[in-house]
Ligand binder design. Sequence first.
Ligand code: NAI
Length: 242
Amino acid sequence: MLKGKVALVTGGSRGIGRAVALKLASLGADVAVVYAGNQEAAQGVCLECQERYGVKAQAYRCNVADFGEAKETVSQIKKDFGTVHILVNNAGITRDGLVATMGEQAFDDVLAVNLKGVFNMIRHCSGLFIRNRGGSIVSVSSVTGIMGNAGQANYAASKAGIIGLTKSVARELAPRGITCNAVAPGFIDTDMTKDLQDSPLAASIPLGRMGTPEEVAEAVAFLAQASYITGVVLQVDGGIAM
Ligand code: NAI
């Protein structure tokens, strides 16, 4: 149970982030939902957390790629909730294209949100964790960061970067009782993959179907509560990357 704990979930307004916010709320955690643009959706998630699970939930607009904005947001969440115990770095984007023709902006944007965004949030929350002598960080990587994927060099680089970042932070913060792990989802049924459902990749999943956001949220909640697991990358992929 997570009663009395505060969870910060980035990209919590839809898809996997929404499922994570609801899962952590169902376990009793208060939730700060960080979103990029869709205030209505983020507030809808907060309302659902409050009404279904009786926890405190509040939405914060923040571009996680912006160091200063991330700092401001964490300090506002500290004012409103007192502290943060669980940080879930879920916000992510794709700008797919073949490397031979990929624009500079497509590379920079994906790295800025998916990788620097994770650094920014960890950087600004780690002081709170150190003060609390504990805390858990779970970042959403991808099997693409493990296997690579044609057409996603920028995305794969960002998701592989999350794995290196996770393991380094796990080593740095372990002496303070703070855990840092990643989940690597495979092919999950969300807005991000809505155009890919008939792709050959989907047909090659050993378990024979795409995953659900709730199945990823299950793994995130497990790692958020695990006291003796740090530095791991837990694949939630129906066997696609074994
Ligand atoms: P989604 O596109 O439905 O949701 C992404 C969320 O991130 C949205 O709430 C969006 O507002 C937020 N976001 C985007 N840019 C942001 C920014 N600059 N600042 C703050 N928030 C921002 O995607 P989905 O599928 O729910 O993905 C969530 C995470 O899971 C992403 O990191 C994605 O890369 C990862 N993932 C998804 C897979 C899939 O098959 N759907 C597979 C593997 C990983």
